[in-house]
Design a protein around this ligand. Structure first.
Ligand SMILES: NC(=O)c1ccc[n+]([C@@H]2O[C@H](COP(=O)([O-])OP(=O)(O)OC[C@H]3O[C@@H](n4cnc5c(N)ncnc54)[C@H](O)[C@@H]3O)[C@@H](O)[C@H]2O)c1
Ligand SMILES: [Zn+2]
Length: 346
């Protein structure tokens, strides 16, 4: 394998190796097949059944609704039935739901076993599988229970994307636009020039794009693994995004798209940022919504409960310019007024 396909990141507890653009079968070089167990969901399994031949495999039902303790219990039961022990290696093959459950189960099964990921959605490739945070939902609280523990490897087999539904491509590109907006102005310009169909057809462009995004997230995480400062930038668009996602049942990509537009408008009030139009145009280009008649009062009620609230202010991720984010405390009362004016102005 050429060197450029391999990348290593040293995190506090572990070095994670990234293998870009290798085949699923490469797994056999990384783990002992007889001691490994794959965790996947029924969509991914159905789309790529042949690849799983000869591997011990646990298949869970697809979807966020199953990122819960019941699924964890069932996976643990199946591991026990298979005779899995402390030497067993767990491999999550799937989107963010599967990688989160796999990482979480690996952290608690027999007090911790080794694990690796094969992300199969764009979102998992550029975001969910990177950074070591893995957890599950409890009731209405997303990712409220979990661990921070890094995988041994990430293996990127782009042929897995053939079965990924269109709307999941769009969801993933919302995070890609986010990365460009907070960290990489040149990437933002590339995204402005291209469109989704280009990346879908041109594999070389896609591989480069995914790799560049994996590097952006990994760099941020490496600097701030336990989220004291820099890692917060990854929440660009997510504060309001999470609120509208829950209130109005939007997909995650749609929700953070709205969140990024609002955060850009708020930036114009607090920094020298002047490029909200560019953010809006880029999001539109990739099939994401940029306008929504949400109820500012309802949204503020949710924001008041947000983890990022400190006393009467909210730490909000804003942009100084395209490619450069900054976290600023905004008094809740001002945020309230700003949201009202943003909604009436549009
Ligand atoms: N741990 C983290 O740091 C982190 C970061 C971001 C998101 N997340 C989590 O990731 C999850 C979202 O990730 P996601 O969007 O990948 O969700 P997901 O795992 O639910 O995948 C989305 C849908 O696409 C399907 N799918 C995935 N890959 C496929 C493929 N190759 N072919 C066919 N179907 C495929 C899945 O079955 C599912 O129906 C959320 O639970 C979120 O909390 C975690
Ligand atoms: Zn996100």
């Amino acid at each position: 394998m050429s060197v450029s396909k391999k990348l290593q990141y040293k995190f506090s507890g572990k070095t994670t190796t990234y293998y870009f653009d290798v085949e699923f079968a490469y797994l056999e070089k990384l783990v002992d097949k007889s001691q490994a167990v794959i965790l996947t969901d029924d969509n991914v399994f159905r789309g790529h059944q042949k690849k799983f031949k000869g591997w011990n495999t646990i298949v869970i039902p697809a979807g966020e609704a199953f990122k819960v303790q019941d699924t964890v219990n069932s996976v643990v039961d199946q591991l026990l039935t298979m005779g899995a022990d402390r030497k067993t290696f767990l491999i999550g093959v799937g989107g963010g739901v599967v990688t989160d459950i796999a990482g979480y189960v690996a952290a608690i099964y027999m007090r911790g076993i080794s694990f690796g990921f094969l992300p199969t959605s764009i979102l998992a490739m550029v975001d969910a599988s990177i950074g070591g945070k893995n957890g599950i939902d409890v009731g209405l609280y997303k990712n409220i229970v979990g661990t921070i523990r890094q995988p041994e490897f990430l293996l990127y087999d782009f042929s897995l994307l053939k079965s990924l539904p269109d709307e999941e491509w769009v969801n993933g590109f919302a995070e890609i636009i986010k990365h460009a907006a907070i960290k990489d102005a040149a990437l933002f310009r590339e995204l402005e020039k291209n469109k989704l169909s280009v990346y879908k057809k041109d594999k070389t462009a896609l591989v480069k794009l995914i790799r560049r995004n994996a590097v952006i997230k990994s760099d941020v995480v490496q600097k701030d693994e336990f989220e004291h400062a820099d890692r917060r930038m990854l929440n660009f668009g997510h504060t309001l995004g999470h609120a509208v996602e829950n209130l109005y049942k939007l997909s995650h990509g749609q929700a953070i798209s709205i969140g990024m537009v609002v955060a850009s408008l708020i930036s114009e009030a607090y920094t020298d940022f002047k490029d909200t139009d560019r953010i809006i145009d880029a999001l539109k280009k990739y099939g994401l919504p940029t306008q929504m008649d949400f109820n500012a009062k309802e949204v503020m009620n949710v924001l008041r409960m947000d983890k990022k609230k400190v006393r009467d202010s909210m730490n909000y991720v804003l942009l100084n310019k395209v490619g450069q984010a900054v976290v600023k405390p905004i008094p809740i009362a001002e945020l309230d007024k700003l949201l009202q004016s943003i909604i009436t102005a549009r």
